[in-house]
Design a protein around this ligand. Sequence first.
Ligand SMILES: Nc1ncnc2c1ncn2[C@@H]1O[C@H](COP(=O)(O)OP(=O)(O)OP(=O)(O)O)[C@@H](O)[C@H]1O
Length: 349
Amino acid sequence: MGSSPPLVFYITICCIAFIISKIIISLLCYKRWVRKRRIIEESLSGGKMVLFRSPTTQALSAKALMKKTMKLTNKDIIGSGGYGTVYKLVVDETTAFAVKRLNKGNDNKDLGFERELNTMGDIKHRNIVTLHGYYIAPQFNLLIYELMPNGGLDALLHGKSAAEKPLDWPSRYRIAVGAARGLSYLHHDCIPHIIHRDIKSSNILLDQNMDARVSDFGLATMMEPDQTHVSTMVAGTFGYLPPEYFETGRATTKGDVYSFGVVLLELLTGKRPTDESFIEEGSRLVTWVKGVMEEKREEHAIDSRLVCFPTEEVKEVFAVADKCLDPDPSKRPTMFEVVKMLEQIKSDK
Ligand SMILES: Nc1ncnc2c1ncn2[C@@H]1O[C@H](COP(=O)(O)OP(=O)(O)OP(=O)(O)O)[C@@H](O)[C@H]1O
């Protein structure tokens, strides 16, 4: 008669199985760690990291920052655009950056690319997003920007938060003036002068004080946008491109002024330049507003979520937008003049 194995036998089998599973898990973890380490080391060895000196970066070591960057995962993604993906990189309680991982462009361009980045690193203005550094590697490039805690103007005007807590008129006016000052600095105060080429609401970011900061300047020149990103065409974005661009293909400061005029209309009407309602009617935001202004009915075009606004002030901003949107580039004001006109609106009151 067979007797069943003693309890001690089962316990031994269980212990052996437990130990083997622990060994397998440890081996897998070790392999993963080795692979990750190799990726970090390969990236570090093949690339070049540059950090521009500033109070924010002086205590940081390039290698430590790079290691943190390599650990970024999908959970850290803030968003993505035509040129790549943007991650939030937290260094410590007081320091965080926005890291843009660029889709790798043409390798031959890298010398020019670095030169442009160094120029961008020299630009410091309260209405421009600071570039703190960059990393160039054979597989990818990274741009390390100041993190803008309040995100992009497009999300504030057209995103979820816009329905819950729409921007009030004083905030919109302040954003318009700030963005105009940033763009005017690029056009008139930088040597050589800089044409942005892709002014749009998603390239106007908001800092902790809700002040506007122009971002992404230079990228349209340096990079070929991701072909899968529908909104970006050649250099610039559909809905913001000046009419002459379709004939000449040339980007100019007056082209930026036109795109800024479209952003002003977005702030005033709360509508996207590519709003579906316009496409259905075969019209555009610019054409629609021009029609409304000719009939002197601007208050009908104002964002319906704006419950309280000074009518005269709003009309004057419509008039500035109209000047920026003149079909003849030579008749458009310069950004310097746009800043003056916008500032005048408040000081008149
Ligand atoms: N410095 C930053 N701080 C905080 N968020 C940022 C920063 N830079 C970009 N973002 C956010 O990351 C997202 C992607 O930005 P990105 O500039 O790559 O694309 P985009 O401007 O939306 O489109 P495109 O690439 O066509 O210009 C946007 O939601 C933007 O608000």
